[in-house]
Structures are given as structure tokens and as C-alpha cells.
Design a binder for this molecule. Structure first.
Ligand SMILES: [Zn+2]
Ligand SMILES: [Zn+2]
Length: 292
């Protein structure tokens, strides 16, 4: 909750006028507790997973021939009811696991110093913090994901996420409740080490989830803006990990490719790409598994 009752009080405290964004933030957050603002992440998750996967779901259901060539595993077709069942499971996970986790983690969020007040962060501050959050999350997620592929952890926990050998956008957070908690640690680590404003914290979770939806979408569109991000893995990269399943020793990273290259866990995927190139001069990555 902001320590000012009016915009004028805030202006006097800051010693300057408020920007448009700060005025909007004042109007939105002035009467909301920090706990309520913190719990917005659960609302965002429910909202974004209800909207963002829709274009991919429509492409999957319509099977428009011009887009079909971008399907990574074209032999697998998902029905409306399969997707709806996945959506229902994911929403249950958000309400039963993520919601309580947000409330439990609130004292930690206060302790690490994520601020809710004025002034708002600049665009540069947000950008660099997001870059750091992505780098920290990617590195720590890589190692936890590798550990989840040891026999015991895979059988008891990670197997659930791998039920989708051909993933869909909605299946990104489809996982055992323990995995949701364990992989929540890398997501919190960045904001914990480099605390910023809660709007940056929200944006971080939204971008990370949008990335996860695209990565699990099952389609590799060449016009995706993420193609311009250096070292970005993308849908075909993570799809291969799901395709191989339990025995996968390749493509553990969540967002970028550099960890897999540094630690040598990109070889299976590289080999598969080379084999497909030999088989067809016109092979696109979207046809990676067609030639099985
Ligand atoms: Zn895995
Ligand atoms: Zn996955």
C-alpha cells in the first residue's frame, strides 16, 4: 500500500510531478495491500494461460495446410477435449499449488525488498533486471531439470510433465505439484538476488510464461519475434527434449541454448539435425521428426 493519500502528497514526497505511468500506478495500487499486489501473479497465470495458448490451439484444431508444415511432430493430432482436459488440470495446479505458494512466499518477498511504491523503475532498469532474471533462471533451471532426469526423480516427479511427448502450449505448466514448487525456486532466485519493483516482477513472470507457452506450442513459426533473441532455444529445441522423453540427455535448458552447449548436452539434438539434413536438402526444423 502506498504511504500517500493523494497524488499531491506523492508529488511533494518525490519533489516532482508524477509521470502518466506513475499516476496510473498510484490510482491502481494506492488502496491495495502489498499481499494483494503480490498475489496478482496467480491471476496473471490464470489469465494468460486462458488467452495466450488460444492461437496455437486454433491452429492445431483447424489444421490449415499452410501452417501445418510448421508443426514439429505432424503425426500427433490433439482434439479439443484433450486440450480442454489439459487446461482444466493446469488451472487446478494454479489454484491448488501456485496460489498457496504465492501466499506462503509473501514474507520472503517483503524481506528481499521488492518494492511497490513510487517512483516506478525506468525502462532500462526493467530491461536489465529482466535480462538478469532470465540468465539466473535459465542456469539454475538447467541443473534442476538435469537432476529431475535421474531415475528416482523422473519416476516420482518429472514423469508427469513428460506425459506430453508432443507438447502443446497449455501443457507448459502441466507437472507434478512438487515440480511446480522445485522449479519455482529458479524463478524467484533472480528477483531475490536483484530485487526491483513489483511491476518488473510481474513482467518477469508474464514473459517467462509466454516463453514457456511458445516453447511447448508444438509449432515452430519462422516469423516468431523470439527468433531474433541470441541463444534462444525455441519450440523445436524443447520439443526434442519431450520427444525423447525419460532417456533424454539433451536440451535441458528452459530458455537459451548456451548451458546445453557448455555442458555438452546438445549432442543428441545436433546429431538428429545433421541426420535430417543428410536425408533431405529441403529439411526444415519443423520436419525434424517426420523422417523417423
Ligand atoms: Zn525433462
Ligand atoms: Zn517441457
Amino acid at each position: 500500500m502506498l504511504p500517500y493519500h493523494t497524488i499531491e502528497e506523492a508529488q511533494i514526497e518525490l519533489g516532482r510531478g508524477l509521470t502518466l505511468a506513475e499516476t496510473l500506478w498510484f490510482k491502481y495500487s494506492a488502496n491495495k495491500s502489498d499481499l494483494v499486489l503480490h498475489c496478482h501473479n496467480t491471476l496473471f497465470l490464470c489469465l494468460f494461460y486462458s488467452i495466450a495458448p488460444i492461437p496455437f490451439a486454433l491452429v492445431e484444431l483447424c489444421r490449415y495446410h499452410k501452417l501445418n508444415k510448421y508443426k514439429i511432430q505432424p503425426a500427433v493430432k490433439r482434439s479439443f477435449w484433450e486440450m480442454f482436459k489439459c487446461y482444466k488440470n493446469v488451472m487446478e495446479i494454479f489454484v491448488i499449488t501456485v496460489g498457496p505458494l504465492q501466499i506462503i512466499s509473501y514474507p520472503t518477498i517483503k524481506w528481499i525488498g521488492i518494492r511497490t511504491g513510487l517512483s516506478l523503475p525506468s525502462g532500462w532498469e526493467m530491461f536489465w533486471q529482466l535480462v538478469v532474471y532470465f540468465a539466473i533462471e535459465d542456469f539454475s533451471n538447467y541443473w534442476i531439470h538435469r537432476l529431475l532426469h535421474c531415475e528416482w526423480a523422473f519416476e516420482k516427479i518429472h514423469k508427469v510433465h513428460h506425459e506430453y511427448s508432443a507438447p502443446i502450449g497449455l501443457s507448459a505448466p502441466y507437472a507434478h505439484w512438487a515440480e511446480i514448487i522445485i522449479l519455482g525456486i529458479p524463478s524467484f532466485l533472480g528477483p531475490a538476488l536483484v530485487p526491483g519493483h513489483i511491476t518488473t516482477y510481474w513482467l518477469w513472470f508474464i514473459l517467462r510464461q509466454l516463453e514457456a507457452i511458445e516453447t511447448h506450442s508444438g509449432y515452430d513459426f519462422p516469423w516468431s519475434p523470439t527468433k531474433y533473441i541470441p541463444f534462444y532455444g525455441g519450440p523445436a529445441y524443447h520439443d526434442y527434449h519431450h520427444y525423447v522423453g525419460e532417456k533424454s540427455q539433451s536440451n535441458f535448458a528452459s530458455v537459451f541454448t548456451y548451458c546445453d552447449y557448455i555442458y555438452g548436452t546438445h549432442k543428441g539434438y545436433q546429431y538428429r539435425k545433421q541426420m535430417n539434413k543428410k536425408k533431405s536438402t529441403s529439411t526444415s526444423i519443423a520436419q525434424t521428426y517426420k523422417t523417423e
